[in-house]
Design a binder for this molecule. Structure first.
Ligand code: 2AM
Ligand code: CA
Length: 266
């Protein structure tokens, strides 16, 4: 069956807007906060509510589509066939809870494992980043220009400061050398936002040792559409069925980062 990607896109846009309005209107209501894999890995009742909202709407409109979501309200998937919506209802939950900004809804739509459309909605700034594979990328209504080549000395790199302390994932000394070499470093606390910032050329790389498919599914499509590269920290392809390390980068510095500055132990 030929898919109507236009109608899928319009439907996704309407769900994103409705979800964003819901989140914004309840930003200062009391929220229930729980922890997941560790005490800093947060989830709220909002994350769960938004994911459930997407699941119910998608299943009604497109009964043969699947939803893979962070909060487990969607389908359990062990294969990539068909159309799979990959959703992080709130990416940057710690920012949502503590800062009330710098969090996003991240939605990637894949067909047979190939990314077709990526949406990242920065809820508080009303900025929707969108890419359709092979047809360009947009920030709201404005087309985004492809990335230009840069040099490492003028790059800004996003990395969480925790990875610059001794840890079991990354060689922190090599990473420290990178931080000295580049122009600046940042950490925004939302993988989706960090990925679109690379896509926009606001930063030039994002290094992170453990993400899940819903954290990178949408961002990968947007970054690649603009000429950036998105792989594991060992330069392998990302799978939408597996957790992995992630390197998002302007393509002109990706090789140098992998060979000289990133040593991933896992
Ligand atoms: P989340 O807010 O949806 O959980 C924080 O640096 C970034 O890493 C966020 O995008 C966060 O997504 C993501 N992340 C993925 N796995 C995480 C974990 N186990 N603990 C904290 N953040 C995690
Ligand atoms: Ca989340």
């Amino acid at each position: 069956m030929k898919e109507d990607w236009n109608s899928i896109e319009q439907f996704a846009r309407s769900l994103l807007q409705e979800a964003a309005e819901n989140i914004k209107s309840s930003l200062y209501d009391s929220i229930t906060i729980n922890t997941k894999s560790n005490e800093n890995d947060l989830v709220t009742n909002k994350d769960e509510e938004i994911e459930k909202f997407f699941y119910e709407k998608i299943k009604k409109k497109f009964p043969n589509h699947y939803l893979l979501g962070e909060e487990g309200k969607g389908d359990e998937l062990n294969q990539v066939n068909g159309i799979v919506w990959i959703l992080d209802p709130i990416d940057g939950t710690m920012n949502f809870v503590h800062q009330k900004r710098n969090f996003a809804i991240s939605l990637g739509i894949y067909e047979n494992g190939i990314g077709k459309m990526g949406f990242i909605l920065d809820v508080i700034h009303n900025e929707l980043y969108f890419a359709k594979k092979g047809e360009g990328a947009y920030l709201n209504d404005q087309e985004i220009s492809p990335l230009k080549n840069i040099v490492l000395e003028e790059a800004i790199v996003a990395v969480n400061a925790i990875w610059l302390t001794k840890n079991r994932y990354l060689n922190h000394e090599k990473l420290g050398k990178l931080i000295k070499k580049v122009r600046g470093s940042r950490s925004y606390g939302s993988a989706a936002i960090e990925m679109v910032y690379v896509a926009m050329g606001r930063i030039d790389a994002y290094i992170t040792p453990r993400l899940s498919p819903w954290d990178f599914a949408a961002g990968k499509i947007i970054v690649e559409e603009l000429g950036g590269i998105c792989t594991t920290l060992k330069n392998e392809e990302l799978s939408i069925l597996k957790k992995s390390s992630v390197l998002v980068s302007n393509s002109s510095i990706q090789k140098d980062l992998i060979t000289d500055y990133i040593e991933f132990f896992q």
